[in-house]
Design a protein around this ligand. Sequence first.
Ligand SMILES: [Mn+2]
Length: 344
Amino acid sequence: MSSYDPSGPASSDAGLFGIPTQLETAKVVVIPVPWEVTTSYGSGASLGPAAVRRASSQIDLFDLELKTSYERGYHMLDIPEDLRKLNDQLKVEALRVRAHLEESGGEKLPADIQKKLDEVNRGCAQMSDWVYQQASQTLKRGQIPAVLGGDHSAPEGNIRAVSENYKGKVGILHVDAHADLRVKYQGFERSHASIMNNVMNASWRPEKLVQVAIRDLSQEEFAMIRERTDISTFFDLYLKRDGFEGKPWAESCAKIVEILPQLVYVSFDIDGLSPEYCPNTGTPVPGGLTFDQANYLLSTLVRSGRKIVGFDLNEVAPGDSSEWDGNVGARLLYKLCGWSVMSL
Ligand SMILES: [Mn+2]
């Protein structure tokens, strides 16, 4: 640490953002989750944590609005090798289950397929428990737990730990192209497409879910949004229409932030951004926020006096030939870390 020069060139093995940190003294603990077992379309999210970490050393630490917040310490745990192996193994099983469902049209599963499905569901629960343990320990140390996925099923244990820690007196700011309110998607109990359904129906559920940039959802998910008073969705369509008709983004952000409680957990799916920022993410959808709109929303949240008590960033998938997805992911992670410590 004594020879560390924050303005100098960073070594990619020094630590997240090229900063040497220690677990005990960091304010933010980043929990990497190399997981994409239930990914339904493009793959690669399990490689997200490694790609973000690799690209993170390119970032200039000084930031006009975050100043030197990084001095509070953003420590990333080692990528859990056993979880990565379990992911690789279960992904194959999940593919077989899905292939069978597509062929058969979803009738009663034969015993061998049902066995695979049970195995996948058990593995996903195991992953979630591991994340919950890590996040709980982080909260006990007085630090902010941050999950770096992985697909969007990765942070369930983190949201649970945070919500329990604050007795449910927390709201989720959920930025995503998808509503993620599906019930047991494709037979998988912990699908990336069900995360917010699982969260908002759990005994430990947060008091509020506020969704932003949503532009891909089923009729059932839409019905759930209409029905539940603790779910508010700012659809991409209407946010954009307001913008086209002259409403400042600042005003939209103020309206989004206003309905959140004092303590906020941010769940950020990279595909909430426009796909040019994340061309290799699993389920890209045209439309979405610019990087600057997303960052401005976070700044509005923090300027309102609300506190970010936990967060996640998911669905970053590296391309074969470019570092772009990892680069954007690292910069968004940097902003999330910075805004969360600034909000304390
Ligand atoms: Mn999504």
